[in-house]
Design a protein around this ligand. Structure first.
Ligand SMILES: NC(=O)c1ccc[n+]([C@@H]2O[C@H](COP(=O)([O-])OP(=O)(O)OC[C@H]3O[C@@H](n4cnc5c(N)ncnc54)[C@H](OP(=O)(O)O)[C@@H]3O)[C@@H](O)[C@H]2O)c1
Length: 369
């Protein structure tokens, strides 16, 4: 069979490089035909040469239209959206409108643009296969029953590096401490989001948009070992879980070839050494971002775009050492006061994102940052 032709957009980051690793190990099955990155021109060029990609199809700092074009190329079968943040929206929309399979790591595009992304999926005939480990787990577990038999879905959270700490203890934490994730090695933005539990909040909205499950039936459970990635409880009380050691190459490989599984075990469990799996409820009082995300998701319309846009500004400011970690939730909370408008077309999403960023910047100024 001819190899599946893959565009890896955001190829120089954590997900991008792991995707290229999977492709390199399975060259009989996959072939890279387009690449895009932000600023890391050197690594992009190295990747381009390694995979024999044409110069005009390996683009650094691409404009929005260029990203959408790369995602819609005629000879691309699967688009991996590994761009970080709202900048990934043109990739998601471009791929779905062109009827491609979208291996989606860039959760921000689906969260900010849920209604228009789903419209693009319906109109273009594209398909989304999640790369996020939790949603990949749900995607796998959901195969065990019919849609109407699903009672609820459970998204697991490691709890991040600050699990068990109080609000007072978190005021002075440093960027270095927040970047030290206990179980996963990821890009800076998602690592900070994991420390605030905003990542889990974004994933709740992602689960809602991907699987059409209402918020009352999406539960978050803290599971520090990050071995159970997601679970589905069915109406007869049966819970089906997906387990593997933390290794993103498993969900990446599945998204590239789904429904087929890769013939290489990433993250297989050694049951002789895995001693215990524990579960506890999240501390939503201390980790306020999770509650803010549920509220934005329930409000719907442009509220998730506001949540995600304001969070990007706040996380960036924290990474630059301009604000305290505890200010991230305050800034997002303030931006959400904008309220939710209709999200009928892309202009609504772009406007909401711009307003959120502007409101978040005003909050930063007031904090003296
Ligand atoms: N890392 C994980 O394990 C993980 C797990 C689940 C979900 N995700 C999601 O996957 C996405 C990527 O995360 P990551 O951890 O891989 O982030 P990352 O390591 O920071 O990589 C981000 C990638 O996006 C590129 N990029 C940034 N702005 C761009 C732009 N305007 N146009 C084109 N490319 C651009 C970067 O290029 P340069 O580096 O060249 O600037 C880099 O290749 C995020 O949405 C994250 O939430 C990640």
């Amino acid at each position: 069979m001819a190899p599946i032709r893959v565009a890896v957009l955001g190829s120089t980051g954590s997900i991008g490089t792991q995707t290229l690793d999977v492709v390199t190990r399975h060259r009989d099955q996959f072939e890279v035909v387009a690449l895009a990155a932000g600023r890391n021109v050197e690594l992009l060029e190295e990747q381009r040469r390694t995979h024999g990609v044409a110069t005009e199809r390996a683009v650094a700092g691409a404009a929005e239209t260029q990203l959408a074009e790369l995602a819609a190329l005629d000879d691309v079968d699967v688009v991996v959206n590994a761009v970080v943040g709202f900048a990934g929206l043109p990739v998601t929309i471009g791929a779905l409108r062109a009827g491609k399979r979208l291996a989606l790591a860039n959760k921000e595009s689906l969260i900010a643009g849920g209604p228009i992304v789903n419209k693009a999926r319906a109109e273009g005939g594209g398909e989304i296969v999640p790369v996020d480990s939790e949603h990949s787990a749900l995607y796998q577990c959901l195969r065990s029953g019919r849609d109407r038999e699903v009672a609820k879905v459970i998204v697991t959270a490691s709890g991040g590096p600050f699990r068990g700490r109080t609000h007072a203890e978190l005021r002075d934490i440093t960027v270095e401490q927040a970047l030290a994730h206990p179980t996963w090695s990821m890009g800076a933005k998602i690592t900070i989001d994991s420390s605030t539990l905003m990542n889990k909040g974004l994933e709740v909205i992602e689960a809602h948009e991907l699987f059409g499950i209402d918020y009352d039936r999406i539960e978050v459970v803290v599971h520090p070992q990050s071995v159970v990635h997601g679970m589905v409880e069915f109406v007869d009380g049966a819970t089906i879980a997906q387990l593997s050691m933390p290794d993103m190459r498993l969900p990446i490989g599945l998204a590239l070839g789904a429904p087929s599984r890769l013939d290489e075990p990433f993250g297989a469990i050694d049951w002789a050494t895995l001693s215990s799996l524990t579960f506890e409820p999240p501390d939503i009082g201390t980790f306020r971002c999770l509650g803010l995300a549920y509220a934005a998701g329930r409000a719907g319309g442009t509220a998730p775009a506001v949540l995600s846009g304001a969070n990007e500004i706040a996380v960036d400011a924290f990474l630059q050492g301009r604000v305290a970690w505890t200010a991230i939730a305050d800034i997002v909370d303030e931006a959400l006061q904008i309220g939710a408008g209709p999200a009928d077309d892309i202009a609504d999403i772009l406007d909401a994102d711009a307003s959120a960023r502007s409101r978040a910047r005003s909050a930063l100024e007031r904090l003296g940052a």
